[in-house]
Design a protein around this ligand. Sequence first.
Ligand code: NDP
Length: 329
Amino acid sequence: MFKALVMEQNDEGLASASIKEIGEDALPEGNVTVAVEYSTVNYKDGLCMSAKGGGLVRNYPHVPGIDYAGTVEASEDDRYKPGDKVVLTGWRVGEVSWGGYTQKARISADKLVPLPEGLTTRQAMAVGTAGFTSMLAVMALEDHGLKPGQGPVLVTGAAGGVGSVATAILANLGYEVAGVTGRPDQADYLKSLGATTIVAREELNETTKRPLEAETWAGCVDAVGGDMLARVLGQMKYGASVSAVGLAGGAGLPATVIPFLLRGVNLLGIDSVMQPYDNRVRAWQRIAKDLPMDKLEAMINPATLEDLPKLGADILNGQVKGRVVVDVN
Ligand code: NDP
């Protein structure tokens, strides 16, 4: 028997979480069994722990947790053997299938990534989907020509999970980083991660009638979307790119095509969920190399399975700073 956070529905169809002892026979199908060590809390986890499952959870009882890292306990796949350290993000695990808020998980080997050399399972979950996506976003900017010295790179939602890791990676790679935050009290935290400029959220979350403003940003990792992304597009330097990662500020995009047509601005879509295996491995290796571990450590808020329901609500309210690391044991 092992512990898991299980969501169950009441008669009105509203789900709530409790910690239950469950047996291995309850685990879903898969050819690798993982002794989970750490998980984390992403925005999607907040949705999956909400009463209606955020429109993501299909069946109850459900074990949320879109990320986990741990040690292979049993494997019927040649790529993994007992004792191997592994990471799981994406593939809609924790949404449509059981996730990582458990001490034991079963999964298809195709969905796992070997833990890269130099990272612990705890550090991997401090990174989690949020940090993995940040690295994908930075790689996409680089693949489209971004280099240090071209000017400031904007990170929106900077004090959140995606934003914190993006800030630390970009600063470590030698970029000048400007972080947009709605929490002025987080300015010192963002500076400690390497941001040199703090931009107040109010400065960018209003639409303007002007499709183009001063050419300011050499690149952007955008976790916010909505009005802010529309505004930022008009402030990009000629030929610069924005990695669109998130929708913390809204799914709409009230923009014009003028920045694309007159400044050759690129809007790059970033998806972490269905990311092909080779690029997953590349991103995790880059994380181990380019994300300073002391900065990652400073982002960590430790938590246990018991803390999760509250943290789920907090992240939906934009109240989580940096990265939560859940020790499931
Ligand atoms: P967090 O809640 O940790 O961070 C989001 C941040 O956005 C907040 O901390 C806040 O930053 C800012 N924010 C919140 N609400 C608003 C608002 N109304 N207007 C402007 N800014 C706002 O979430 P994550 O970092 O985990 O995720 C960020 C986004 O990225 C989410 O939308 C998530 O769904 C998406 N995502 C997408 C992935 C993909 O594969 N494309 C993978 C992972 C996440 P501050 O306090 O600094 O202002």
